[in-house]
Ligand binder design. Structure first.
Ligand code: ZN
Length: 308
């Protein structure tokens, strides 16, 4: 049996808040409950939005809550050569292609209103070539599938728990149950490297999850919708797909999910016990009034019965 390796991957665009602590605690408990490892990865790949010193601040917030990485913290900003290597292999096999479209071009090419979470569905305009226009971004084909040679050495066997039926991906999330998405129809060929030369979140996550040997992704439900794209990319790169468990979101007073964008208050690390208790409550765990380390142990036991 493969040893469980979990991870928490915050982006240093703002301090941790009550919502992000839920995902951190859940992934930590899941790894601990299974006798595995828990790693922290700093998702600072979207460099224009990252704030100087914020990564270190987040690590400090986590550590005050008793959560620290079992291995070196990985910083995505130091891994661009590895992401480029993955992109190059997809270009070489014909799975990735350059796109010259601006947002306006993509809007103009919509045959009907196909907005999805405020995002335009890319209609595949540049699949057939750029016709002398300069390429801006790189996209992944979702209409055809070529399996590349696995990147580097992957010690894990490539599992296939995710079925491709009529071009739809089917998979089972540990909390949300059976999920399905037709990536081509519902998302379109998605960006791997942006016009500003930053690597897209999807590519960086998939490459890093494989490099760190992640077996279980536990993260907030707002990220659940990325799963199909990541499975597609894992399949294309010959990489294993981790299991997923998407945790409930913390809602603010206006019933919107707490996020850095809508100004969620930073975690109060003066009282880490209260912060952790609130996160545990969101996860359906019982209140603990003991010191942090004992509370974490009790929740680990409880997690084992909730999510075997
Ligand atoms: Zn295009």
């Amino acid at each position: 049996m493969t040893r469980t390796v979990g991870r928490f991957a915050p982006s240093p665009t703002g301090p941790l808040h009550a919502g992000s602590l839920v995902a951190a605690l859940a992934s930590w408990l899941d790894a601990r409950a299974r006798g595995g490892q828990w790693l922290i990865r700093m998702e600072d790949v979207d460099t224009p939005r990252c704030l100087a010193g914020m990564g270190e601040f987040i690590l400090q917030q986590l550590s005050l809550c008793g959560l620290s990485s079992d291995g070196p913290v990985v910083w995505q900003s130091q891994r661009t050569a590895i992401y480029q290597q993955a992109l190059d292999s997809l270009i070489a096999s014909g799975q990735a292609y350059p796109c010259a479209c601006s947002r306006k071009d993509i809007e103009a090419a919509q045959s009907h209103e196909r907005l999805r979470h405020g995002e335009l569905i890319y209609p595949g305009t540049c699949r057939a070539g750029l016709q002398d226009k300069p390429g801006r971004a790189w996209r992944l084909r979702t209409d055809k599938f070529i399996r590349n040679k696995p990147l580097g050495s992957t010690s894990q066997a490539i599992q296939a728990p995710y079925l491709i039926a009529n071009k739809s991906l089917l998979w089972t999330d540990r909390r949300l149950g059976q999920q399905q998405q037709d990536v081509e129809l519902e998302v379109g060929d998605f960006v791997l490297k942006r016009a500003d030369a930053c690597f897209a979140y999807q590519l960086a996550v998939v490459v890093d999850d494989a490099a760190q040997g992640i077996t279980d992704v536990v993260r907030g439900e707002d990220l659940a919708d990325n799963t199909a794209r990541q499975i597609w990319l894992q399949q294309c790169l010959g990489l294993p797909s981790p299991r997923t468990l998407h945790t409930p979101l913390v809602l603010g007073p206006n019933c919107e999910k707490l996020s850095k964008q809508n100004g969620a208050a930073p975690l109060n690390t003066q009282n880490p016990q209260a912060a952790l208790s609130a996160a545990a409550h969101t996860l359906g765990l019982h209140a603990q009034s003991t010191p942090i380390s004992e509370a974490l142990n009790a929740w680990t036991q409880e997690w084992r019965t909730l999510w075997p």
